[in-house]
Design a protein around this ligand. Sequence first.
Ligand code: SAH
Length: 369
Amino acid sequence: MSILPVIADRPFKTRLYELDAAGLADWCVAHGFPAYRAGQIRRWIFGRRVSDFAEMHDVPATLRAALADEFSLFPARQAQHQVSRDGTEKLLLELHDGQFIECVLMREPDRRTICISTQVGCAMGCVFCASGLLGLKRSLTTGEILEQVLRLDRLLKKGEQITNLVVMGIGEPLANLKSLIPALDTLNEKGGLGLGARRITISTVGLPEKIRELARSGKQYNLAVSLHAPDNELRTRLVPVNDKIGIDAVLQAADDYFEITGRRVTYEYVLLSGVNDDPLHARQLAKRLQSRIAHVNLIPMNGVTELEFVAPTAPRTGEFVQVLESFGIPATVRKRKGADIDAACGQLRLAREKLAEQGNQASTCSSSD
Ligand code: SAH
């Protein structure tokens, strides 16, 4: 019953944690086991880093066998594992239908931050981003989102633990709230990762209705809004969905988010040399944000082979920061992690898709010869 249809060539069993706590409790009861076993099983997976049902020592063997019969724990295939000199690690995972996703673990002295994907590809089409170059393939399920977290968690040493989570990998998270919210709820559970909403940041291109929906979830997630330009003309050039939305509507929704959750909103601004990095842009941005309790996170363009955009020089970046600060807007420049591996979101997947495409073309050629 739980074997999903084969979309490509790999059948797989449903991830156990595709079910939430209540769903697993119901499953236990329906199979003749007490409901409390669900909590026990989830603690093994989320709190104690097991990789196999057999390791769940205090779960009866009959229940372990029933679970193994119906569910899987890590069905994705690890296609690549990169380790950077700075301790950043990146995984490229292949899903059952042949699609690839990426997730990253970043180490800082006092933090272990993970970055996860919510979709395969992206429909937003931001012109400087690798993730959207091939469009959107599909959204991820709750289990597929959680498998990334669990795999990254298992890269940590004993005593290390995930302290922060950023939803800034491939995809537009607010276009997949249906899968994302249950995943975050699971991470929040006691006895599991215990990751509180205040340590989770969700980055969005700025979908106003979805921002309000997130605010109404009742959780205090940090919201990061990808603004990238101070006016509509430029923003629409860089972030095409802006054409239908407009900056005012994005800012209004962000204000509502702050009002409802009490969380200061971060505005992300990718710095593209010669495009949006002029001190004049900084002044216009500052004027837009001046009346708000906001924070600007500047992200120097992370090079993408297929794209021509480049980051401004350090002095030019510094000037942008100074202008914002002269208007009283706190601004930080994002540190680059994993520079020696393809750690910018979507780059590994893109390289892999390109390889596959070349392979397909080659085989098409040979078959038509
Ligand atoms: N869809 C979400 C998450 C995107 S990734 C969003 O739009 O916010 C997180 C941030 O990285 C976004 O602000 C995104 O615009 C930015 N980004 C994407 N590609 C980048 C690149 N090549 N260099 C620097 N920042 C980039």
